[in-house]
Design a protein around this ligand. Sequence first.
Ligand SMILES: [Zn+2]
Length: 278
Amino acid sequence: MNHARFFFAVFLFLAGCTAAQAPAPAADTPSPPAVSPSPALALEPVLAATAASTAEPTPLPPTLTPTPTAPAVQVCSPLVEHPIDELLLIVSDPYYRPPANNPEGRHHGVDFSYYRRGERESIAGTGVQAVLPGRVAMVLADSFPYGNVVIIETPRAALPPDLLEAAALEEGESLYLLYAHMEGAPLVQVGDPVEACQPLGAVGRSGNAGIAHLHWEARRGPQGTTFTDMQFYDTRAAQEQIDNYLLWRISGVYRHFNPLELLFPGRVFPTVTPTPRE
Ligand SMILES: [Zn+2]
C-alpha cells in the first residue's frame, strides 16, 4: 500500500509540475513586459508574472528568490605600488603598545619605508590610497607632527565580519584610519565620500619625519567624528589644536591598535613594547 501511495503521489506531483509549466509562456515571449535597465527592478515583475500564471502557489525555485547579501568590501594596500602581501617586507617601524605610564609613548601606528627596492631608489613619491571605503574625517596640510595627513572614517556597518572582528568595534563606533607625512596637500576634502583604493596623495616626509615614509594609524572611536586642526610638539600650536591632538592620541576615546591586523585578519602580531630605560 505504501508503495502504491508513493507512486500515486509521484504521479500527482509530476502532473502538477506539467500543469504548472504549461501556461507559462513568459520565458519564450519575444517581448516580455519586465524589461528594465535595472536587474533589481526587473526581478519583481518576473516573479509576479510567474505567480499569477500558476493555478496554485507553487514554491519558486531558489534561484529566483531575492536574498539580501552582505556587500562585498574591497580592501586595498595603503601603498599603490606595493600589494598587501609585500607590506610586511617594508615595515621600517612597527606598531608599539605604549607603556602604562606613558600613553603617548613610542609608536601608535606602523611605518612603511625603504631605500632601493626593485626599480625604486626610495619610497618617496609612491602613491598613498585609501585602504577601506568611508568618509574623510580630517585633512590637514603641513601640520606637526603628522604633516600632510588624512583621516578616513569607515562606519561599523560597512565592515565585513572578519574586519569587524579585527577592529573590535563596539556599538556606535567607527574605524578611523590615518595616513600621515604625505608629500603634498591631500587630494581629498573633509566630508568627501571615499572608495577603497582612492588616491589620497604620495609618500613624503612632511611633519615630524626624518625620512620619507607612510605612517599609518588605526583607531576605534565614536562614529561620525570630524576632526579639526590638531597640532603638538610645536610652540606655535594653539591650545585648541593641542587639545584636539590629545583627544585623538591619549584621551582613550579613540583607541589605537595595530593597523596590520586589518590587512591580515586572524594573524597574531607580536606585541612590541618599548625597552625600559635605566
Ligand atoms: Zn610612524
